[in-house]
Design a protein around this ligand. Sequence first.
Ligand code: F6R
Length: 247
Amino acid sequence: MRVIKVGTSEEMGAVAAQIIAERMRAKPHFVLGLATGGTPETTYAELARLHAEAALDFSTTITFNLDEYVALPIEHPESYRSFMNTRLFDKVNINKANTHVPDGNAEDVDAHCLEYELWIEDVGGIDLQVLGIGHNGHIGFAEPGSSLASRTSKVKLTQGTREANARFFENDINKVPTHAISMGIGTILEAETLLMLAGKGKADAIAAALEGPVTAKCPASALQLHPDVICVLCEGAGDKLTLEYQP
Ligand code: F6R
């Protein structure tokens, strides 16, 4: 487990984007797992800048997002497909056919979840998965109580997660979808490298994830089972860690 502590969210974005860019440059047809939410925004801004100013090429990159809200129209500005288009995909030379976000409006959700897993398998798995963390330790939308072996499925969002995400829905929790499709913890653990990003307000969740017991009560604690994890922490997110880590 590597832990890189930086000051600001912009510094976190610069470090994370550098790690991703190096790997993308080393491997054509790179398979990049993506997260949404507030935390990775600076990373995506920096990747877009590296594309514009340092010729970072996305033409053969394949992406898979962790999750998507159920029953939110795809064109809604807060759908994760819209988020990815505006923050990254529309700013780089990626082939949109190579970008995958779960379909929260799929008619047969179970069949779609299975299909999503097969798409990942068909391209040889995810090379690097970007992760954020919920205050309750969720990764993707695998909420506390999810099996550590869980696969992509429809999940119910906790009240706390909906409260945290109400800021994206005019601060009205009633507008936050109740369910999502999310990769499972088992799916996430199969990525070659996990890149965890965390900032303000996440110190307790990061301490529980990295130094607490491995338990379904804190889905991110499953990172302790993975051989290649890099955490980039800003704004005090690493302040409650007590062990020594290599940067
Ligand atoms: C969303 C996702 C979630 C978020 C988490 C933190 O794709 O994977 O696990 O990373 O809810 O969200 P922010 O970054 O908004 O605090």
